[in-house]
Design a binder for this molecule. Structure first.
Ligand code: COA
Length: 334
């Protein structure tokens, strides 16, 4: 049965919160740790510094709770009214028990359920897809999507090809039924598992459980084939965004803001160039935070929230390990 447009619910982002830990790791700090230079890092990636969570016995849940507390306070939301919390992350506090449960208890959302969603750097996009479907189905009214990662827990700080790229942080959004017709409009998401070994963490899962050998081999640290990932990221973010624009009757000029996963400034610029999006519409914070994996897009929303107007047209696009990728079209609701 098709619902008439009159009865269709649209889900919208109705608030944004964020959190970055205080400790800063600059390029000059990295120069003392590995054979690299500020000039190489800035020209190849656009990154100048990143934040690291260095508080003892704190993990990803800590970053996410801080971001959600900010969101709840800014939107004056009672945590008891929250129906669900979806956490996008690649660095859960533990295996098996979901970090979203810890978050739900810590924020006092005692009427909510939640789960962790794992889709590498596309995690926030996929979680947004899930949450907006929950709300537009009419089943739930208030869903929090939080993207948070403590990448410093996976990074090998002796490997110059990866340690310069990543940082820690979290961003959260509230999803509710739209009151004015603006909100989540469309999405195009895809996955492809043929290239799993190009980006990821080899051990600690069911294929290579933790052993003395896996630890000795550093198989619990992040690795990637940077140049191959780079090329695929540009082409898939371009393809997904092209599809979204085409099927919504949009062209690059009609888009107000372009929010791409912050993995490398050159990837973002190349993708935006191929689509034809003016550089003033391309939102960036990679220079200050590096790649925070599932947190990059909500942290863009957090940093640029004041520039958005009701009805602003925006594209969100991401690409990550797996591979996973996609693009979403939103109209800003507040
Ligand atoms: N400092 C100085 N030199 C470095 C370096 C560093 N931190 N890291 C690598 N290099 C060297 C390499 O060893 C290589 O040297 P060689 O020519 O003597 O062999 C040279 O710089 C070029 O390396 P290359 O890997 O080709 O550089 P690049 O321009 O592709 O940049 C990345 C490397 C990782 C920054 C880039 O490939 C990238 O961003 N990839 C995708 C990242 C991504 O999207 N990841 C996640 C998706 S979520």
């Amino acid at each position: 049965m098709q619902l008439s447009d009159k009865h269709k619910l649209k889900a919208a982002i109705t608030g944004v919160g964020g959190y970055l830990p205080d400790d800063i790791l600059t390029n000059s700090d990295l120069e003392k740790m590995v054979d690299t230079s500020d000039e190489w890092i800035v020209t190849r990636t656009g990154i100048r510094e990143r934040r690291l969570l260095k508080i003892a016995n704190k993990g990803t849940s800590y970053l996410c709770v801080k971001a959600i507390e900010d969101l709840l306070s800014k939107t004056d939301t009672d945590p008891l009214t929250i129906d669900a919390v979806i956490l996008a992350t690649v660095t859960p506090d533990f295996q098996v028990s979901p970090t979203s449960s810890v978050i739900i208890s810590e924020i006092g959302a005692h009427n909510a359920f939640g789960f962790d969603l794992s889709a590498a750097c596309s995690g926030f996009l996929y979680a947004l897809s899930t949450a907006t479907s929950y709300v537009s189905s009419g089943r739930y009214q208030k869903v929090i999507v939080v993207g948070g990662d403590m990448m410093s827990s996976l990074v090998d700080y002796t490997d110059r090809t990866t340690c310069i790229l990543f940082g820690d942080g979290a961003g959260a959004v509230l999803i509710e039924p739209s009151q004015n017709g603006f909100g989540f409009e469309d999405e195009y998401c895809r996955s492809d598992g043929y290239n799993q070994m190009l980006l990821g963490v080899k051990a600690g899962g069911s294929l290579y459980p933790t052993s003395i050998e896996t630890v000795k081999n550093k198989w619990h640290k992040l690795y990637q084939d940077g140049p191959t990932v780079y090329k695929r990221a540009v082409s898939e973010m371009y393809n997904a965004t092209f599809e979204i624009l085409k099927r919504n009757g949009l062209d690059a000029d009609t888009i107000d803001f372009f929010l791409a996963h912050q993995a490398n400034k050159r990837i973002i610029d190349s993708t935006a160039n191929r689509i034809g999006i003016d550089s003033v519409k391309v939102l960036l914070n990679i220079d200050r935070y590096g790649n925070t994996t599932c947190a990059t897009i909500p942290l863009l929303l957090y940093d640029y929230e004041n520039q958005f107007k009701i009805g602003s047209k925006m594209i969100i696009t991401a690409f990550g390990g797996g591979f996973t990728w996609g693009s979403a079209y939103l109209t800003w609701a507040y």
